[in-house]
Design a protein around this ligand. Sequence first.
Ligand SMILES: Nc1ncnc2c1ncn2[C@@H]1O[C@H](COP(=O)(O)OP(=O)(O)OP(=O)(O)O)[C@@H](O)[C@H]1O
Length: 342
Amino acid sequence: MDKARFLMGPLHHFGPPPTRTPLSSSARPCSMIFRRLLTSLARSQAAPFPGLPRPISPPAISRNTVLSRLGFFARRREGIRSLLMSLSSPAEEAKRTPFVPLPPSTADKAGLFKRLEAMLGSPFSSDPFSPPPNPLILVVSGPSGVGKDAVIKRLLEVRDGLHFVVTATSRPQRPGEVDGKDYYFVSKEEFLSMIERDELLEHAIVYGDYKGIPKKQVGTCFEVLSALCLIRDYLAKGFDIVLRVDIQGAATLRSVLGDSAVFIFLVAESEEALVKRLVSRKTETPEMLLIRVATAREEVRHMKEFDYVVTNAEGKLNNAVKLVESIIDAEKARIHSRNIRI
Ligand SMILES: Nc1ncnc2c1ncn2[C@@H]1O[C@H](COP(=O)(O)OP(=O)(O)OP(=O)(O)O)[C@@H](O)[C@H]1O
């Protein structure tokens, strides 16, 4: 053991213990300077009779001695300065709360809690560690017959705090669908005049029918608001927004919303399963079926433009809905939440 180390005994908290792994290159100069300083301090505390062992403890190095001798280097080396800062002055020492031992483990919880607070010097905060999550805009899309309506309908049943933005369509109303709730059912002529009057946020001709999100929507208290205004209104109230669009509509919404929204692509487990599902729905003529299936082949190529893909497998609607819920939950748990700009 070298002389400096020998003398360092009670001052070990000044520097790294001898067995530590090598210091990083940034820390090395500081530690070298420090060791040299201590070596020089050790030499200056030389034993009166060479050959005799030095006293082990306490070393005759007072805090003031260390401070004064290190002063020159302390002004130049940030690392040393911060180490010295950890040494408290006598005045600070006097101000310190006298050491109170922790109560035994058998102590009551309330007493232990209070003692821990007292020892840390401030009461424990009951504020949540994480702020409340931001509301989301969810865009659900996918080929015809994949189950967009079915998934969204079930999602709205099982999850609170969602607002569904109703789409206008020129396709005929299907059994069980409610005008103004599932869709706004309008004629092709009405839809064309909506396009002319620029009343749609996005629109597309999907399998020969028009579909689009009207800019004017019935908001809370039945006032008519623009779709974006309505979305903002619901977001401000903490609701998550759900939009259902076809693939063309999703592309338009991506250009409007960018990364503000979460885009989900719904698929069946296979093309075969998708066609079987469309056939069993019995809502399309064979010609319309052909268009939908041919379009679906093209549409799945756009999957990579979405954020998530959800498989809605035959007879597994609830699994698909659970996966959508998990996506919502995961999005809400993000540290860096999406910055909604609409
Ligand atoms: N997981 C599932 N298993 C079995 N049948 C399903 C499943 N999901 C949806 N369906 C059924 O498949 C058919 C198509 O579903 P849905 O109408 O929701 O599709 P869509 O994507 O909204 O179609 P479109 O875009 O043509 O309106 C419906 O008859 C629906 O009940």
